[in-house]
Write a protein that binds this ligand. Structure first.
Ligand code: SF4
Ligand code: FES
Length: 324
């Protein structure tokens, strides 16, 4: 048996000013999980503690929590693996969620509305004679990993964009989108790619790779986002109708590297805003001024060619040829 001190977030919506960490000492076998610890507290010490858990085998995503400042599934995380040297585990709700009570939070604004927005079901062609739309295992293999997503939201919890912009669709919903986009039965491939290329969609990811590190299932949501983008580029979509800035950014990036073999950052900033977008260009001025003061301002369109520029151009043109 092992003795552990649990410090558990307590929050009463009727007395929000009294939110606190309450202390409980539990004695459980070494195989016990965080959910076992919370269940023990609820059964033996304080039945008013509210938390969520369902399958207790890592399949439903219900028990996503922040334990010692790290997002985990409480049911598959053993206490012995996360307890600090001081014998304490601190259990809190995940970040960026409206807390309803103690460890129970509202998933609607955090995740479900975003999942709905990507239409997380496929629209197959006419079904077979038995009413089912079947597909061979070989053809569906590509989306198998994404299909194992348990919708815990831990990738969104760790996402650096969600942290500052709750409108960003986020890696969890994009994993759902990926699952439908690459299902060979789906008939809305292009429409889906166009839809998630609109503002707050797939192009807002900053490739920090935090989502990969936070997913407890190993789905690597950031990699799935890259695959969606590659597919959008392959089909010439590049951005939605309402955010042409992404397309301008992409085109400027490619044209710059094609011309000189490397990125002309000054040109990229100007062309991303749009050459005739006076308001957008004016917004660049403070950054440009700071760069000039630090002698780091890239002079746009004055880029010298780097060695090997011709070969780089040929590689890009070959890739572009393959795409068309
Ligand atoms: S991709 Fe991973 S972390 Fe994100 S919701 Fe699915 S299972 Fe959870
Ligand atoms: S209770 Fe279902 S994943 Fe933890």
């Amino acid at each position: 048996m092992m003795q552990t001190t649990f410090k558990v977030h307590r929050f009463d919506p009727e007395q929000p000013e009294h939110a606190r960490l309450a202390t409980y000492v539990v004695e459980l076998p070494e195989s016990a999980s965080i959910v076992d610890g919370l269940t023990y507290i609820c059964d033996e010490q304080d039945p008013s503690l509210a938390f969520r858990a369902n399958c207790e085998r890592g399949s439903c995503g219900d028990c996503a929590l922040r334990v010692n400042k790290k997002g985990v599934l409480g049911c598959t995380t053993k206490i012995v693996d996360v307890v600090g040297k001081d014998g304490i585990v601190t259990v809190e709700p995940i970040r960026h969620v409206p807390v309803l009570k103690d460890l129970v939070y509202d998933m609607e604004t955090f995740l479900w509305r975003k999942v709905r927005a990507v239409t997380p079901w496929i629209t197959p062609q006419a079904a077979g004679p038995n009413g089912a739309s079947t597909v061979s295992e070989q053809k569906i293999a590509e989306v198998r990993t994404a299909m194992s997503c348990v919708m815990c939201g831990l990738c969104d919890e760790g996402c650096t964009v969600v942290a500052v912009d709750d409108q960003f669709v986020g890696p969890a919903a994009l994993t759902k989108a990926y699952r439908a986009i690459f299902d060979p039965r789906d008939t809305r491939h292009v429409e889906r790619l166009q839809s998630i290329s609109e503002p707050d969609g797939v192009w807002d990811c900053t490739h920090c790779f935090e989502a990969n590190g936070h997913c407890p299932i190993g789905i690597e949501p950031t990699d799935r986002i890259f695959e969606i983008r590659d597919e959008a580029i392959r089909l010439g979509i590049r951005s939605g109708k309402q955010n042409p800035k992404v397309r301008r950014h992409y085109d400027s990036f490619v044209n710059s590297v094609k011309k000189s073999g490397w990125l002309d950052e000054g040109r990229l900033a100007i062309e991303s805003e749009g050459l005739f977008n006076v308001r957008g260009l004016l917004k660049l001025l403070p950054t440009a001024a700071r760069a000039i003061v630090r002698n780091k301002a890239p002079i746009p369109y004055m880029h010298h060619k780097r060695p090997g520029a011709k070969a780089i151009r040929q590689i890009i043109e070959k890739a572009e040829g393959k795409r068309s």
